[in-house]
Structures are given as C-alpha cells and as structure tokens.
Design a binder for this molecule. Structure first.
Ligand code: FES
Length: 274
C-alpha cells in the first residue's frame, strides 16, 4: 500500500489536484508521529445551533492554535449533523489515496473527488469506489466520538482508527454480542443504517424478515434540491410519505440485531438504548 501511495504521489505532484490532496510530503511524519488523540482530549467544535441539519463544519483535531499546524490535512475532520439528528465526526482524509472528501447534502453522502469513493455518513464506511474495495478495516474513515452537553455545545474526543488507514468499525457490534450473552431476552432500540436506501414499500418485509418492530423510519421523498428528509414511527405512514428509507430505529432482541448486521445491505447496527 505504501508503495502504491508513493507512485500516486509521483503522478499527482505538479498537477492541479494538489488543492484537494493532503500534504504528502509529511506522510512519513504522519505515519510515525505520536499525537495525543486519545480519550484525554476533549475539544469543543461548535454549538448545535450553528450546525443546521444536513450540514457540516470542518475543524482541526487536535487544535493547537498554530494556523500552520492546524491546517495540516491530516488534522482535518468534519462534523456532520445528519437529517435524522445524529451528529458524527469523521476524518476528512480518504482511506484510498488520501484526497479530502466533500459532503453532498442532497445525496446524504461523502464523495472523494479523486477516484470517486463514496462514504456512508452514518458509519463512515465506503460504499462505492476504490475505498470500498479495500479489505476491512481499511475501508472506513476514522471517527471521533461526539458528545453534546445540555447547552448544545458539541465536543469531540477519542479518535477511533488511524487517519489515512481505516477503522475497525465492526467493533460497534461487540456491545450487542455482549448483550446477547448477558441479557438475551431484553429488547433494545437500535439504529440500522442501510448501505443503500431501501424502497419504503420494502420496510415491512425487512422488519418481518428479522422479527423486529419499527421505532422510527428515516427516509426521503423527491430528488435533488427538492428532496425532503422525513421520519415516521409508523410503517404504513413511512410507506406513504417516503420514496426510500436510509435507516431504521428498530426494537429487537440482541440476537436478531446480530442477524440484521449480517444483511448484505447493512454494515453495522448501533444500540441507542436498552
Ligand atoms: S483518494 Fe482515491 S478515491 Fe479518494
């Protein structure tokens, strides 16, 4: 992989692509430098009122106050306030060859300008393009844990993964496996993000296939700038008002959630509450 990246650097140096490319001259330094990017760092990014739904803000992490250091692309992250209210923070560096991705709100996805990798904003996992063909765990963007306090101030902490390399995103299932052992009969509410949105008429069959109930469906109707982001806690209503669903909150036993996580259109499942 390192050789592949070196060859890519030779190709792109001197080209107009440099605007979107991370500063590769520092890549060796990146690989070996030691930053305090663990749980001990907790950095304020913005107030939730400053980040409207389906928008992003970019920020350096860890922020030093030195503009030169803080502009290092390997420190660039994006906080995404998703249409369903979830707030995520991912590294901006594509795990293919380190270009910086952009967010496309009408499509609710991140796209890399260099070779077209597409990332799912619920998970940071690549769903198309060369990054999606890379083996686990090198097919996902590193992620910062997001905390929002009672005033709506958003903090990031605890970097999960290695910038430019990937993240072990399947570890999100560990808590469900533990629940399956310790409290197998207790139902929990969990978020099921789809790699590709499903048609709203298929929500009912998805739920019955895995023997789970709907808590809330998240989807959309329309296209482009006319796309409307919708949610509903009723299967019938979701079917009526949505063209497609990109995610579902379901009520389920842990073992059924693990079966859902094996679905080819579902990368991972997140427990919201037990
Ligand atoms: S750098 Fe190649 S797809 Fe992002």
């Amino acid at each position: 992989m390192a050789g592949q990246r070196r060859n890519f650097l030779k190709t792109i140096f001197g080209s107009a692509f440099l605007v979107t490319i991370a500063p590769f001259l520092s890549w060796g330094g990146f690989l070996f430098r030691k930053e305090k990017t663990g749980e001990e760092l907790r950095q304020k990014v913005a107030n939730i009122s400053e980040v409207p739904p389906n928008s992003i803000v970019t920020f350096p992490f860890p922020r030093t106050g030195n503009p030169k250091v803080d502009s290092d692309p390997f420190r660039q992250y994006a906080l995404i306030h998703l249409p369903n209210g979830d707030v995520k923070a991912f590294s901006k560096v594509c795990v293919h060859l380190w270009c910086l991705w952009g967010y496309f709100p009408e499509l609710r996805e991140m796209q890399c300008p260099c070779h077209g990798s597409i990332y799912n904003p619920d998970t940071g996992v690549a769903t198309a393009g060369p990054a999606a063909l890379q083996p686990y765990p090198t097919n996902a963007l590193p992620e910062l844990k997001v905390e929002i306090d009672e005033n709506g101030d958003i903090y990031v902490t605890h970097l999960d993964g290695k910038v430019g390399y990937g993240r072990e995103w399947k570890r999100a299932l560990d808590s469900i496996r533990k629940l399956a052992e310790t409290a197998p009969d207790n139902e929990v509410v969990a978020y099921v993000p789809f790699a590709k949105p499903i048609q709203s008429k298929n929500i009912k069959s998805f739920l019955s296939k895995y023997n789970v109930r709907l808590s809330k469906a998240y989807g959309y109707s329309g296209q482009g700038k006319n796309r409307e982001w919708l949610e509903s806690d009723s299967v019938d209503e979701a079917q009526n008002i949505m063209d497609a669903a990109y995610g579902l909150d379901v009520v389920a036993k842990p073992r059924d959630l693990l079966k859902i996580a094996d679905d080819s259109n579902v990368f991972v499942v997140y427990v919201r509450r037990g």
